[in-house]
Write a protein that binds this ligand. Structure first.
Ligand code: 6YU
Length: 503
């Protein structure tokens, strides 16, 4: 390492990517690393809350693909944050290619309960079409522009071929189940509709083996464990960054000035920006001076950033089966493959795909987590918890046919109203390609021969080429940008040493 361990490095945002970048830099010997965080806490979209006595995750829930290739899993194991069953080799070897398969209880809008056998052929057909969607990325070419349009084109064909002998009433209910599955996929992808998800780009996302697991003591345990590796005082809280002035011609020293809302200014050699894509979309024009180069700006605009919210409900006793892991609500008038509601104000709740059951019961009691994505979810945020409770109670009573079910407690996440996030996570929207993610992570100035390169670097989940939208993607992006700076100084030191040797 060169003498430049004294370089001034400012990290904007104390989410997992910012913390990971700081941890790597500090470990490499950099002595002037500082994180500026807009809020009064670290963790960003990793946010553990409480519902009564229960620990609940307001943000990230699972380690997606907990296995040896997942750095979040490795750290969580190292810090002793996981249950023994999550650590087993069997658990790590399970490769289900995405979200965990749930044992469901499925109710319909006329108060019927569908059997698992009713739904197996539907799940198979839907999984088949969804897995085809991820193949266009490598095959090249997009026969349809979006995942939604592909589903609407392929499902009726497959239904005609595979369900020839199925009566029309059963067929209709099965198609309604597919609409429910489409709403579930909106939650997984953090998208308003599958019509906004690019077909070619859908395959950019890569899964890791391992059955998704949770943190028994809360995801924030990972944040505090990582933070404990940082010197005290690295993070300055309640410091929203207003503008990153780069290519500072006035300054003869550090090329970047970071200006906070309070007017406070900090000089830096390098700034790592980790703000969420939702925030960048809203504030890019004021956050950078000079503005972002056009190709980078276009990628900020093209990539999608949507809302996925959770609604936790606690009950005195369960109204679902003891082995049930997820409850799905199927509207019997939705056999036309829909994932959006016609009138958001009146029927937003139709977008809720259902609930996952918090397990194990001995730990959580009888708590359900409802999932709702898109504009309907954003509208839900404008309602009081009393209004949401009322609507959900009516919904559950109608679908189960049980007129007395009543939740005891409620807690809703409100990610769209969060001024530092403006939504939940990113997705490759229509027209996106791998180039957009490359553009997102490209440092400024982008001219490699510039006398002061790497002034502004970019990390955060939406900058990872294949693990975008996840905690491990965010963490890896923070390490990537730290490594970029470490390599820069290592290379500079080597060049200087070689030049000296020649003299
Ligand atoms: C995962 C999961 N999970 C559910 C929900 C949400 C997310 N994710 P941060 O935002 O954390 O940090 C930025 C900081 O910057 C923050 O503190 C701000 O306050 C601060 N800031 C902003 N502006 C500033 C300014 N001007 N000045 C200073 N500071 C400023 N991920 O692995 N497992 O189960 C879920 C889920 C409801 C909201 C999730 C999950 C996403 C992660 O939470 C998220 O990626 C990281 O925490 C982000 O960290 P960061 O550091 O980048 O930003 C095709 C296809 C796609 C398929 N996709 C499937 C993937 C499935 C994704 N799973 C999601 C599901 C759930 C349930």
């Amino acid at each position: 390492m060169s003498t430049n361990v004294n370089a001034n490095i400012v990290i904007v945002g104390s989410g997992i990517s910012g913390i990971a970048a700081a941890q790597r830099l500090v470990k490499a010997g950099f002595q002037n690393v500082k994180i500026l965080e807009a809020t009064s806490r670290s963790g960003g979209r990793i946010k553990t809350g409480r519902l009564g006595d229960n620990v609940v995750e307001i943000g990230a829930n699972w380690i997606h693909g907990p296995s040896e290739g997942n750095p979040v899993f490795l750290l969580a194991r190292q810090y002793g944050l996981l249950d023994p069953e999550s650590l087993t080799t069997q658990n790590q070897a399970l490769d289900i290619g995405g979200h965990p398969p749930f044992i469901p209880n499925i109710f319909t809008s006329s108060g019927r309960k569908l059997s698992v056998e009713d739904v197996v052929p539907v799940q198979e057909l839907f999984d088949e079409v969804m897995s085809e969607c991820s193949e266009f990325c490598t095959k090249g070419g997009e026969p349809w522009p979006t995942v939604g349009s592909y589903i609407r084109s392929k499902v009726p064909q497959r239904v005609a071929e595979q369900w020839k002998d199925v009566d029309s009433a059963t067929r209709s209910v099965r198609l309604c189940v597919i609409s429910n599955m489409m709403k579930f996929e909106c939650c997984v992808n953090g998208a308003h509709s599958l019509d906004e998800l690019g077909l070619g780009a859908a395959g950019l996302y890569k899964t890791l083996p391992g059955l998704d697991c949770t943190f028994p003591g809360g995801y924030e345990g990972l944040v505090s464990s990582l933070m404990s590796e940082l010197p005290a005082g690295v993070v300055t809280y309640d410091r929203p960054v207003r503008c990153v002035h780069w290519n500072n011609s006035e300054s003869r020293g550090e090329p970047v000035t970071v200006e906070c809302d309070h007017g406070e200014k900090t000089q830096a050699d390098h700034v790592i920006v980790t703000v969420p894509l939702g925030y960048l979309k809203q504030h890019h024009s004021s956050l950078f001076c000079p503005p972002l180069p056009l190709h980078k700006l276009h990628s900020v605009q093209r990539l999608g950033f949507g809302t996925n919210n959770k609604i936790f409900l606690e009950f005195d006793s369960p109204w679902w089966d003891s082995d049930c892991e997820a409850i799905q609500f199927v509207w019997e008038d939705e056999d036309h493959l829909v994932d959006q509601v016609p009138d958001v104000h009146r029927s937003w709740v139709r977008k809720l795909f259902g609930f996952t059951v918090l397990k194990p019961t001995e730990r959580y009691g009888h708590v359900l987590c409802g999932w709702i994505a898109g504009k309907e979810s954003e509208f839900m945020e404008s309602l009081s918890e009393l209004e949401v409770t009322h609507t959900l109670t009516q919904l559950i009573r109608r679908f189960t046919g049980n007129p007395v079910i009543s939740p005891r407690r409620i807690l809703c996440s409100r990610w769209f109203s969060d001024p530092w996030t403006f939504g939940s996570y990113s997705h490759p929207a229509t027209g996106c390609s791998a180039q957009d993610l490359d553009n997102m992570m490209e440092p400024l100035p982008n001219n490699r021969t510039h006398s002061q390169p790497l002034q502004v670097l970019f990390a955060g989940e939406a900058t990872h080429p294949c693990y975008f939208s996840t905690v491990h993607g965010a963490l890896l992006s923070g390490w990537r940008e730290a490594d970029r700076l470490i390599a820069h100084y290592t290379n500079t030191a080597t060049t200087q040493a070689m030049a000296k040797a020649k003299l």
